[in-house]
Design a binder for this molecule. Structure first.
Ligand code: ATP
Ligand code: MG
Length: 392
């Protein structure tokens, strides 16, 4: 069984990325290149051990970006994090889309087709969303008797794969609104001075929509506590973000709902300024699915293939019990693996001229569990509990 600890590796990767940028910004390109190579190899490792397709895709995009940065540096001598003016001098007037670029578009106007009904469990999360996001639109007369403005700034935290990004998509789906998903690398993989500019652009673009949602993922990479990172660059990013956030909810009309959601796996690593006052004032723990939520997920995973749990020694109840302690992402990925084992058997039988389906069996489930490492440990859950109690 592999000893690969995905969250720890991801953190090491984030640190390597940051060291890469810091070294290049400081002009120490030799060290920058070392860290860049380390980031590339960590990214490859993460891709190889990633069981969730969506993350694999995101990491592959990042890997491509890093490889482009490396080849631009090695072949053209471009320091990827030199200030813009210096960069343009290096390339003789700018390169590709970065020079003379128009403001990039961050928002997608096509809302996702998931809604709150697709979320398993997470009752408190759904309650807060109904209160702050759905009610102002559905019943503005009632809502504005109690509140001055609609919208909210929510911090979602919790272990990986438990639905933070999924919840953000569901809110955009409910609101049928424009939404932007902003990953740390969208902002930090830029020239010095560009990160604050990007943040301003995102909020400016958001204001052009009546209803909108901005989802900032990997907040701890963007806004690490100033004790752990005291660079001016990091401070600028944080200050700009807080300024944009404070003017964002102002009421334009009763039909506006503006939502900013931040997500992190490591809330204790965030700069405390983010959590004070009217900033991310609602903190929601997005934790492991309870029994009811696991049942919902297992049923959903077999929604179009219910026959695979008929005439077999494995029941939904047993699967729900076995998945105790696993995230939603793990559950869907493990069920897929179980189905693949059953499919292999069906194909073998077919090759021998036998028709019919092969159901998923207890032996399939056992095999998948034996070969799967649950990345969410009891110790990591204790850390969230300690954060919730204000101890860390
Ligand atoms: N509570 C849930 N209800 C329904 N589906 C879920 C839930 N939790 C996770 N999933 C499924 O797992 C997938 C991965 O979850 P998601 O990406 O939202 O996790 P995350 O908390 O954002 O993880 P990370 O911290 O790594 O970004 C989702 O796309 C969804 O299919
Ligand atoms: Mg996520």
């Amino acid at each position: 069984m592999s000893n690969f600890n995905f969250p720890v590796k991801k953190q090491t990767y984030a640190i390597a990325l940051k060291n890469t940028k810091d070294a290049f910004v400081a002009g120490d390109t030799e060290t920058g290149l070392d860290y860049l190579e380390k980031s590339i190899s960590l990214c490859k490792e993460l891709i190889a051990h990633c069981s969730v397709e969506q993350w694999q895709r995101e990491l592959s995009i990042e890997l491509k970006k890093l490889e482009t940065i490396k080849s631009n540096f090695l072949e053209k001598g471009i320091n990827p994090f030199a200030p813009r003016a210096a960069q343009e001098r290096q390339t003789g007037g700018g390169q590709g889309e970065k020079s003379g670029e128009k403001n990039p578009v961050y928002f997608s106007k096509e809302s996702p087709d998931v809604t709150l009904a697709d979320i398993a469990g997470l009752k408190e999360v759904k309650k807060q969303i109904l209160l702050n996001v759905i009610t102002p639109l559905k019943d503005p007369d009632l809502y504005y008797k109690y509140k001055e403005e609609a919208g909210c700034q929510i911090l979602m935290y919790g272990p990986p794969g438990c639905g933070k990004s999924f919840v953000a998509e569901a809110i955009a789906g409910e609101l049928k609104c424009a939404y932007a998903i902003v990953n740390a690398s969208d902002i930090l993989d830029k020239y010095v001075g560009e990160a604050p500019k990007k943040i301003v652009q995102i909020f400016e673009e958001a204001k052009s929509y009546d209803n909108c949602l901005i989802f900032f993922d990997e907040l701890e990479v963007l806004f690490a506590s100033r004790e752990s990172d005291d660079s001016t660059h990091t401070k600028d990013v944080l200050t700009t973000f807080l300024t944009c956030l404070s003017g964002f909810n102002s009421k334009k009309s009763k039909t506006n709902v503006r939502v900013v959601i931040g997500a992190t796996n490591r809330p204790w690593a965030l700069d405390s300024a983010l959590l004070r006052g009217k900033r991310f004032d609602t903190h929601l723990y997005v934790g492991l699915p309870d029994e009811e939520a696991r049942r919902f997920m297992v049923k959903r995973a077999f929604k179009n293939s219910g026959e695979l749990l008929e005439n077999t020694d494995l029941t939904v109840d047993e699967l729900v019990g076995m998945f105790d302690g696993y995230s939603g992402a793990d559950i869907s990925s493990m069920v897929e693996k179980m189905k693949s084992l059953a499919l292999e058997r069906a194909l073998t039988k077919r090759a021998q001229g036998e028709q019919g389906l092969e159901p998923v069996t207890k032996a399939d489930a056992k095999k998948v569990f034996d070969g799967y490492r649950n990345s969410i440990t009891p110790e990591s859950l204790c850390a969230y509990e300690a954060f919730r109690r204000g101890e860390i």
